[in-house]
Design a protein around this ligand. Structure first.
Ligand SMILES: CC(C)(COP(=O)(O)OP(=O)(O)OC[C@H]1O[C@@H](n2cnc3c(N)ncnc32)[C@H](O)[C@@H]1OP(=O)(O)O)[C@@H](O)C(=O)NCCC(=O)NCCS
Length: 167
């Protein structure tokens, strides 16, 4: 059973070792953005091993289309390949939703590449629905732990979920 919690500074080295699909500089930037209050950097732990992560931005200010949906925004959901199909992605998304609810937010949103069938199915299963926003062609850059830069270009569709308090 995974435990999901915001990254603590003392856990940084462990995260870098376990999740090399993102560069150390990227993990570090995310930790700093969490400490500034811009986002939560939620990590899934299986015992002492980090097996997945997700960013929950409190406002989607870095994405011009997403700003139309004024709600917390899920970015870069990633589960280590060896740990997929075991509920880790679902646990990370549920942790995002609980954190948003704890801040009295009533909706949560995300963008997903239209060709990412598996992620799309996961979001649908958990109740994420189309926003009505137009799909957008987007490009970006990410760096892995070996320092290799990856350029991506994709059509992204926007999904949103209404959060009902569980009382
Ligand atoms: C998309 C992603 C985050 C999903 O993570 P995950 O941990 O595999 O997700 P879950 O296990 O919660 O759910 C996915 C599947 O596992 C199944 N599952 C969930 N819990 C399970 C369990 N305890 N035992 C077996 N299967 C389970 C689900 O039914 C679902 O079925 P599927 O295999 O047909 O898709 C992961 O595949 C990933 O990191 N992909 C690359 C990055 C990416 O695309 N991120 C999304 C960007 S928008």
């Amino acid at each position: 059973m995974v435990e999901v919690r915001p990254l603590a500074p003392a856990e940084f080295e462990r995260l870098c070792a376990d999740m090399p699909l993102r560069a150390r500089t990227q993990h570090w930037a995310n930790l700093n953005r969490q400490q500034s209050g811009e986002l939560l950097y939620l990590i899934a732990w299986e015992g002492e091993r980090a097996v997945g992560h997700v960013l929950l931005f409190w406002r989607p200010a870095h994405d011009p289309v997403a700003t139309l949906a004024d709600c917390p925004w899920v970015i870069d959901l990633l589960v280590h390949p060896e740990w997929r199909s075991r509920g880790v992605g679902s646990a990370l998304l549920r942790a995002c939703e609980e954190a948003a609810l704890a801040r009295d937010q009533t909706r949560i949103g995300l963008g997903v590449a239209v060709g990412n069938v598996r992620a799309h199915a996961l979001y649908e299963r958990l109740g994420y629905r189309h926003t009505g926003l137009a799909d957008q062609r987007m490009t970006g850059v990410w760096e892995d732990a070996s320092g290799t830069t990856h350029i991506w270009e994709d059509t992204v569709t926007y999904l949103i979920k209404s959060l009902a308090p569980t009382t």
